[in-house]
Design a protein around this ligand. Structure first.
Ligand code: FAD
Length: 283
């Protein structure tokens, strides 16, 4: 039963994931670039508890950065704290993160830091703020649905950090997170308004058309550089529409063998979207 479930998920997952190797990732990045969008490449893997796995991930990013450097595409990378050793030790996480940043910096590449489960947020932001003192080629993801995020966003924006704002992919209890779509969207826009003019740059990372329309209005008079981002395989038509309106659009492209956890998060969002559509037709 489990292997059947895995196979079904694998079939569905192919729309979201570029493949398993750095070559697959580069092919997807080239294809994305040829449509005028900017690839953000992510090597799949999370919750590492072995130093060898962390080392392997750093080597993959090392190779990937070399590949990007020898191509003429303009891409960035995005890393996960729990892939860089946050569960093993803070020291290992910091040193791994810095190794990736330095390699990227030598090659003029930007490094994004994904945001994961709630328990990692303090350490993730601390690591980002620490690195920001020495490195300018870095940005961090923040989850708008969390009640703490407005404060975190202001803290990072005041230090002139770069923020990729998402709704948030992890389930959180009511004391930590807004629960309704309306509340999350309100918080999202309010954060954008507050960090405008302070953050170095902002990526509006959502597939929510209503939110994108509101963000577009705000962007017209924004003092901070704002661009958009979507996930590979999700609402490609919307990304093309934004390109048609001369907007800068990034596409987050995951690759690697460890596709299951990522795909389950996307499957949950897909089923949430289908539920909304069904409820509209049942009215
Ligand atoms: C570039 C990028 C980077 C991200 N990085 C992180 C991160 O580091 N940490 C984190 O917690 N989250 C991250 N996310 C995920 C994010 O938090 C959301 O879980 C995800 O984007 C879905 O939310 P939404 O804003 O698109 O809004 P939703 O309300 O979930 O979706 C809006 C609409 O988009 C469409 N849609 C959404 N998901 C799917 C899907 N899987 N398949 C088909 N259609 C879909 C549907 O039409 C839906 O109605 C990232 C998202 C993006 C775009």
């Amino acid at each position: 039963m489990n292997s059947l479930l895995n196979e079904m998920t694998s079939l569905i997952a192919r729309q979201w994931i570029a493949g398993t190797t750095t070559n697959d990732a580069m092919n997807a990045a080239l294809e994305t670039s040829s449509t005028g969008k900017l690839p953000i490449l992510n090597y799949l893997g999370e919750a590492y508890t072995k130093k060898q796995s962390v080392e392997h991930a750093i080597e993959v990013y090392d190779r990937l950065i070399d590949h990007i450097n020898s191509s003429d595409i303009h891409a960035s990378i995005s890393v996960k704290p729990s892939q860089l050793g946050i569960l093993i030790s803070k020291k290992l996480f910091l040193s791994s993160y810095e190794r990736v940043i330095e390699k990227a910096e030598e090659n003029n590449l930007e490094v994004w830091l994904d945001m994961e489960e709630y328990e990692f947020i303090d350490e993730t932001i601390k690591a980002y703020m620490h690195m920001l003192k020495e490195h300018k080629n870095i940005g961090i993801c923040l989850q708008a649905k969390l009640k703490r995020t407005e404060k975190d966003a202001m803290h990072i924006a005041r230090a002139h950090g770069a923020i990729r704002l998402v709704k948030g992919a992890y389930n959180e209890p009511e004391n930590r997170a807004f629960k309704s779509d309306a509340q999350v969207s309100r918080a999202y826009i309010s954060i954008l308004e507050k960090i405008n003019g302070k953050a170095r740059s902002v990526i509006i990372a959502t597939h929510d058309e209503k939110l994108i329309r509101k963000a577009m209005k705000l962007k017209r008079k924004a003092k901070t550089e704002m661009s958009f981002a979507m996930l590979r395989g999700v609402r490609g038509n919307l990304a093309d529409e934004l390109i048609g309106k001369h907007q800068k659009v990034h596409v987050y492209i995951p690759f690697g063998e460890e596709w299951l956890a990522y795909s389950i998060r996307r499957l949950k969002e897909l089923s949430h979207a289908l539920l909304i559509i069904r409820s509209v037709f049942q009215q």
